[in-house]
Design a protein around this ligand. Structure first.
Ligand code: MG
Length: 259
């Protein structure tokens, strides 16, 4: 069953979402060659805790880090480490969760490290655009498959592929709630969206083939073919006439595309 949140709950989701967004705002100046992924996680954790929230991912299912930091061909769930150092030309995704008064926000951005290749820049841009393209469909009465299908079509029309094993999700007092939100699917299928549903929509996009593998650490997910991947996510709430994004900050540059 997909829960519809009350006004009071949505207000708490907004606060959790704003804390997640503040991490992106605060961390960007630190994303440069020579910085370890552990340093980025420490900065994120400080920003989250300084606002009376906790990093949702720390200890979630046993995950050891405060956030996930995934570089290049690592699709998701990269574990922060002092030994993993950002280099010029990398692309790095930061997946951030914050829990505030029992409610969760969840979002991800992929950032360039210094100057990146045109190929990497295009992948990041299209991944983000596919999120906005998909969510521009959202209003009460549409089906979830309309969003999934739009995300799939947008990425595939740019020559990219969609890993199948990882999806977006409902979100609220739990990080992962119903429904599962695949980044692929058929329009006109799946649950009908209603006002008050809170959803974490997160295109994970491969520049090569869609197959992934999990490293022996049982977390890190890499593209099997070793090609670049990117990830973009926001938590949104379905409103009476559309949607509201809860995890962007005022003035954040976004690559918006409407369907
Ligand atoms: Mg998520």
């Amino acid at each position: 069953m997909i829960e519809c949140k009350s006004k009071r709950e949505i207000e708490l989701m907004r606060k959790a979402g704003a804390i997640v967004a503040s991490v992106f705002k605060g961390i960007q100046p630190h994303i440069k060659p020579g910085v370890s992924t552990q340093e980025l996680a420490d900065i994120a954790e400080n920003i989250i805790r300084s606002q009376g929230a906790t990093p949702t991912f720390k200890g979630y299912g046993g995950f050891p880090g405060a956030i996930c930091v995934s570089i290049n061909e690592t699709l998701i769930h990269g574990i922060p480490s002092k030994k993993v150092i950002l280099k010029e030309g990398d692309i790095v995704s930061l997946d951030v969760g914050a829990t505030y008064n029992g409610y969760c926000g969840d979002a991800c951005r992929t950032y360039p490290v210094g100057q990146v290749s045109d190929e990497a820049a295009r992948l990041m841009k299209v991944t983000e655009e596919s999120f906005w393209y998909g969510v521009s469909k959202i209003k009460p009465g549409i089906r979830l498959g309309d969003v999934s299908n739009a995300i799939q079509q947008y990425n595939e029309s740019h020559g990219y592929s969609i890993p199948r094993d990882y999806t977006g999700h409902g979100i609220g007092t739990h990080l992962h709630e119903d429904p599962m939100i695949p980044n692929y699917g058929k329009a006109g299928t799946g649950p009908i969206l209603l006002e008050g549903m809170c959803l974490a929509i997160e295109p994970m996009v491969a520049s090569g083939k869609h197959q992934t593998r999990v490293l022996p650490d049982e977390w890190t997910v890499k593209m099997r073919d070793g090609k670049l991947s990117a990830h973009y996510e926001n938590t949104i709430v379905v409103t009476s006439d559309g949607y509201e994004v809860l995890t962007t900050y005022e003035g954040e540059k976004i690559n918006n595309v409407k369907s």
